[in-house]
Design a protein around this ligand. Structure first.
Ligand SMILES: *Cc1c(COP(=O)(O)O)cnc(C)c1O
Length: 443
């Protein structure tokens, strides 16, 4: 099947895929589960656009679900990967590039005299990163129970799927079949931004809670950002109770600020330092790469130094590392300013278009990430996010697509701008929005 076959359509591509791939997708969020219709089959992505099998180009607001901070296929990132490929695809041994990437991350996470991390271990997916962070926390504390928040997604490992937003929210599932009850029973799911719920959980399980894990700012059930001081409260409470705090920056890391959500909050007066942080998405610049970072004493519990085992045949893969190093080198203050400005422009056009049609809506923000919910009141937790006229999103989404803009295929997702969204791309989005707002109003 080549990209130039003129008889290819998204429908025929999807039908062919469904015959050999469950649901035709390798990650459920790619299916148009909640918006209906046929998923696009993509053959290329450059800058702010993606191109489907029919050769049609769309302005893209998915950005590979976050990694494409610089825009798709930045020429210098592609060049770095090609040069790495010419030297070999995988060595099963350490490389200088891994050290360079770890140094870049350690440097970026030095904010205001505080060191966010002292050591970094690379893995291939965000799922592995959070899974490993939890294993370190359990190894360090000798405790088993984990606190997570409803609507926060931390990958698809057994213990972390409960009420996790993302595809689970899109498909209306409470969790997943196949997770043993004893494993699920070690995860306490609490409402976000609810301090009393956190205090009560520690009181109800004295000496048993190993860690609290939270997204930097929740961005997988729409945006569920922490209220001012909430992360400080979580760290203080965890430490008072002998537990650790894991900040999952797989999505927010290197996207909302050079030092991620933690850096964003520190610049606004937060004082906390997480015990462990997890990274993914932008850190690999579009290649499979993720990482766990933290204090040396915790990170050195990992094998080969310590008793907590973790490994990976392709961990720190040289092509992925080359993409990550080049992406982080290029992601300077100008890049963040461009993404922030593009995001503000699209958010204001979105709210203006919906207001003009009288569609009840609220936008939630976490730095340059935002999401829309079809309700008047602000969204503070997962129950709020689910309590909206979500059915308006399907017609809205398809009207945008018809006008050449590809949005995330679920209302429970953030919109991702990139540094490649130039005036032309932003204008195309602004021109499409009134059509989509009309479709949402008519739904
Ligand atoms: C995407 C995501 C993950 C999982 O990362 P994968 O690479 O998809 O396994 C974990 N946590 C957060 C916050 C994410 O957004």
């Amino acid at each position: 099947m080549s990209a130039t076959d003129s008889d290819l359509t998204n429908e025929t591509a999807a039908a062919r895929a469904r015959a050999v791939i469950p649901g035709g997708v390798n990650s459920p969020v790619r299916a148009f589960g909640s918006v209906g219709g046929t998923p696009l089959s993509i053959v290329a992505a450059h800058g702010a656009t993606v191109t489907d099998v029919t050769g049609r180009e769309y302005v893209d607001l998915v950005a590979s679900w976050g990694p494409a901070l610089l825009g798709h296929a930045h020429p210098r990132v592609v060049d770095a990967v090609q040069r790495a490929a010419s030297r070999g695809l995988s060595f099963g041994a350490s490389t200088p590039g891994e050290t360079e990437l770890a140094e870049l991350v350690v440097e970026r996470l030095a904010v205001d005299g505080a060191r966010g991390i002292e050591r970094l271990r690379l893995v291939s997916t965000g799922t592995e990163a959070t899974m490993t962070a939890i294993r370190i926390a359990r190894g360090a504390t000798g405790r088993d129970v984990i606190i997570k928040f409803a609507g926060h997604y931390h990958g698809h490992s057994d213990g972390l799927l409960a009420e996790s937003g993302s595809g689970v929210a899109t498909l209306g599932l409470p969790g997943s079949a196949g997770v043993p009850a004893p494993i699920a029973g070690l995860t306490l799911v609490l409402p976000y931004n609810d301090r009393a719920a956190v205090r009560d959980a520690f009181a109800a399980h004295p000496g048993r809670i190993a860690a609290i894990i939270a997204e930097g700012a929740g961005a997988n059930a729409g945006i569920l950002a922490p209220e001012d001081g909430f992360n400080d409260f979580l760290v203080e409470t965890a430490h008072r109770e002998g537990a650790l705090f894991i900040l999952d920056e797989v999505l927010t890391g290197f996207r909302v600020d050079p030092a991620g959500w933690w850096g964003h909050e520190r610049a606004r007066g937060a004082g906390y330092v997480p015990d462990l942080l997890t990274f993914g998405k932008v850190i690999g610049g579009g290649m499979p790469l993720a990482g766990i970072g933290g204090r040396a004493d915790l990170m050195e519990l990992l094998a080969p130094l310590g008793p907590v085992y973790q490994a990976g045949t392709l961990s720190g893969n040289p092509l992925a590392v080359a993409a990550g190093v080049e992406t982080l080198r290029l992601a300077d203050a100008g890049v963040y300013a461009a993404v922030d400005a593009a995001s503000a422009r699209v958010a204001s056009a979105l709210t203006a278009a919906l207001a003009a049609e009288g569609v009840a809506h609220t936008l939630s923000f976490a730095g340059n990430l935002f999401s829309v919910a079809f309700r008047e009141a602000p969204v503070r937790d997962y129950d709020d996010a689910k309590d909206q006229e979500a059915w308006r999103y399907g017609p809205f989404f398809h009207a945008m697509l018809a006008h050449g803009v590809s949005l995330p295929p679920s209302v429970f997702e953030a919109w991702f701008l990139t540094a490649a969204h130039d005036d032309d791309a932003l204008t195309r989005i602004e021109e499409a929005l009134p059509h989509a707002a009309r479709a949402a109003a008519a739904a």
